[in-house]
Design a binder for this molecule. Structure first.
Ligand code: ZN
Length: 500
């Protein structure tokens, strides 16, 4: 057994950080009590004097496959990013995929995040070795993760009605040659994931599998229903990007004659294992459908602003009874994996939407979303997201001497509004200090930069033709999708009035 002595345990709702000792049995918190808490003989003590103990943050939505291509592109919309897939993907080996995931996991843990929902992509389809490499990276860092291979049976270009026709003749041949995804027999994808499920040899409490059809518009109805049936059969999560951009919302109505959410509801895909990322361009009827089906939303305010997709109406989600978690999204659309920043932005983006401050997200609400709320999206409700008996010992040690806490006036406001991850000193996951005094126990972080740069250089050399094609197509996508985004729509999520 372990006992953490001398720390102050953070309570977001009470807005306090009171002196408490924490007794840990194996990977689980057994008891909390005042300083001097009794512990069985032989219990190892950890000194947390001068530290604030906070539950590990939970990242409800990220993409481990994009870590090596961090910060690609500047003024990219979501559609620019989807078009740039070949630019930022390349031909990665299994060990490259491991490194890709590892880098993100290292960043997350060092910034106080102990669990994530990772939607990773392996082109053109997931492989047993690829899935295993991703799981191994999280296991090696010691982080908790739900990993979901992203799958699709169509292409971005086919997903937006009219976009294919807008591709000029001279680019059509190269585009068709590059779009191998259309020829993937998707039953083969399910075979791979089913085998991985059956032969899973990672601790399921730490790393588990889920499924992630990328974006409903990129998938056939048959494929979505097959995925939902698979998730039900295996009792796993189902995570997709829903109504992230106005282009998607407008294209959804054009294609289905109803909203994307209404369409998924009619297909029978929604359910209590369903996590919808973003949900910006949804109306009250859509939110009611999500609430009625017990679905979750993963809110990614950093990505939403980086890609200019708009401001999600999170208070409206809560009003309708939808459970919300918070995510960073991937490094190609929000650049970092800092859940403190994601919390801060979640609070701030709620405040520029109207003058009624009672509808703004409060710091304690935001913290609850980034801990317990995100835990629910991962299917780990009651197991992570709180420092409480029966919960896993996923605990972040914040240095109370860091300037973020000098002076300590309101712990909740300071953790949500002032903390930028520089106060994170140590991180315990499942009772193990995987990050101690700002050093990883098992990972040689000093070599990561050189290893990553070598991969990026090698992959870039082999990717010239795909890059050239993507850059040529960019003008087509920008013009066509930009037009769709200017069409009238009954939901409004852009802010500021400077649309030009
Ligand atoms: Zn995403």
């Amino acid at each position: 057994m372990l006992v953490i002595r001398g720390g102050r345990v953070f309570d977001a709702v009470a807005r306090t950080a009171e002196p408490r000792d924490v007794l840990i049995d194996g990977d689980t918190i057994a008891e909390l009590g005042p300083p001097g808490l009794a512990a069985p003989e032989g219990t190892q003590a950890i000194d947390a004097e001068g530290r604030i103990l906070m539950p590990g943050l939970v990242n409800a939505h990220t993409h481990g496959h994009s870590n090596l291509h961090r910060s690609s592109g500047d003024r990219w919309t979501l559609e620019h990013l989807l078009n740039a897939g070949p630019l930022i993907r390349g031909d990665l080996s299994i060990e490259d995929r491991y490194l890709n995931t590892l880098i993100g996991a290292v960043e997350m843990v060092s910034k106080g995040c102990t669990a994530c929902y990772d939607l990773f992509y392996e082109f053109p389809m997931p492989s047993a070795q690829g899935i295993s490499a991703v799981a191994r990276a999280y296991a090696d860092v010691g982080m908790r993760a739900v990993i979901a291979p992203m799958m699709t049976d169509s292409t971005f270009y086919a997903s937006v009605p009219g976009l294919l026709d807008a591709i000029p003749d001279e680019l059509r041949g190269p585009w068709e040659a590059a779009s191998k995804v259309r020829s993937i027999p998707w039953e083969a994808c399910f075979d791979v994931i089913e085998t991985a499920m059956r032969e899973w040899n990672f601790d399921r409490d730490q790393i588990r599998l889920a499924v992630a059809p990328t974006i409903p518009l990129h998938c056939s109805d048959e494929y979505l229903q097959r995925t939902a049936a698979f998730a039900r059969d295996w009792g796993c999560g189902f995570h997709t990007h829903l109504a992230e951009s106005k282009v998607q919302a407008v294209a959804g109505v054009a294609r289905y004659g109803r909203s994307l959410t209404a369409h998924l509801d009619a297909l029978g895909v929604l359910g209590p294992n369903f996590t919808a990322a973003h949900c910006i361009w949804v109306d009250d009827d859509d939110l009611a459908r999500l609430a009625d089906n017990g679905c979750f939303v993963a809110h990614n305010p950093g990505s939403n602003m980086r890609l200019g997709t708009g401001l999600a109406a999170v208070r409206r989600m809560l009003d309708k009874g939808v459970a919300v978690g918070i995510g960073t999204d991937g490094r190609t659309c929000s650049d970092n994996q800092n859940m403190f920043e994601a919390m801060r932005l979640a609070a701030f983006t709620s405040r520029v939407q109207g003058p009624d401050f009672s509808r703004w997200l409060s710091a304690d609400e935001v913290f609850e979303m980034a801990s317990r709320g995100s835990a629910r999206t991962l299917g780990l409700d009651g197991k992570i997201g709180a420092i409480a008996p029966g919960h896993k010992a996923d605990i972040v040690f914040l240095d109370a001497r860091n300037t973020n806490y000098v002076p300590l006036n309101d712990a909740t406001n300071q953790i949500v509004f002032a903390e930028d991850a520089t106060g994170v000193e140590s991180v315990m996951i499942g009772g193990r200090l995987v990050f101690e005094n700002r050093r990883f126990a098992n990972i040689d972080t000093d070599s990561l930069g050189a290893r990553a740069e070598a991969v990026v250089e090698r992959v870039g050399r082999g990717n010239e033709a795909a890059k050239e094609l993507a850059l040529k197509l960019e003008a087509v996508v920008a013009s066509f999708c930009g037009g769709l985004a200017k069409q009238p729509f009954h939901v409004h999520r852009y802010a500021g009035g400077d649309e030009g």
